[in-house]
Design a protein around this ligand. Structure first.
Ligand SMILES: Nc1ncnc2c1ncn2[C@@H]1O[C@H](COP(=O)(O)OP(=O)(O)O)[C@@H](O)[C@H]1O
Ligand SMILES: O=C(O)[C@H](O)[C@@H](O)[C@H](O)[C@H](O)COP(=O)(O)O
Length: 181
């Protein structure tokens, strides 16, 4: 389907662990009135166990996980349904995999300093991801590039401000869902 024919949008909320993906994605999905999905639920159990034990995932570990998320996105697009999904999508090659064949993908990168994000992880409880993996997340991170469709938000802002700015960026990009908010 060409960009002109495309009508649904899938917002992929990306960034390192603790950047606010879950917080922002939930709120964005609610404001847009669209379906929401959490990337952590697509990990095979061995990936979760690996992260829990303090070992970062590598490209090989992430491949089946990214393929499952891409399949979810394709399903929404085939049904012409819009949605929001969290996915760290740290590397450009991961994002290429997610957008290939999925014309409606629009990335929202939650970008911030190691200091701010590490403070937030220190305050988060009940999550399998250890804060000790944050350095490896930053080492893998390749920020959203200028030719990639989407928007980069500053995580030091309040969540409501990030959501408002993201909705404005979606609207500026001509995505119909944002007109309804
Ligand atoms: N913009 C924000 N301002 C302040 N705290 C935030 C913001 N976004 C997220 N948080 C808090 O930071 C922590 C990590 O956010 P979370 O949504 O779990 O990130 P991720 O899903 O990327 O790991 C949570 O405790 C959350 O409440
Ligand atoms: O690619 C990865 O290394 C993981 O997907 C990782 O980026 C993700 O962040 C974890 O699943 C932790 O979950 P949170 O991002 O929700 O902290």
């Amino acid at each position: 389907m060409s960009a002109r024919e495309r009508s649904s949008t899938i917002v992929v909320v990306m960034g390192v662990s603790g950047s606010g993906k879950t917080t922002i994605a939930r709120s964005l999905a609610e404001r847009l009135g669209v379906t929401y999905s959490e990337a952590d639920e697509f990990h095979p159990p061995e990936n979760i166990a690996k992260m829990e034990s303090g070992v970062p995932l590598n490209d090989e570990d992430r491949l089946p996980w990214l393929r499952s998320i891409a399949a979810w996105i394709s399903e929404q697009e085939r049904a012409d349904v819009s949605g929001v999904v969290t996915c760290s999508a740290l590397k450009r090659s991961y994002r290429d995999l997610l957008r290939t064949g999925n014309d409606g993908v629009w990335f929202l990168h939650l970008a911030g300093s190691r200091e701010v994000i590490s403070d937030r992880l220190a305050g988060r409880t009940g999550h399998f991801m250890p804060a000790s993996l944050l350095d490896s997340q930053f080492a893998d991170l390749e920020p959203l590039e200028s030719d990639e469709v989407g928007y980069t938000a500053d995580v030091s802002e309040d969540a409501e401000v990030i959501v408002d700015r993201s909705l404005a960026a979606l609207k500026a990009a001509g995505r119909r869902e944002a007109d309804l908010t």
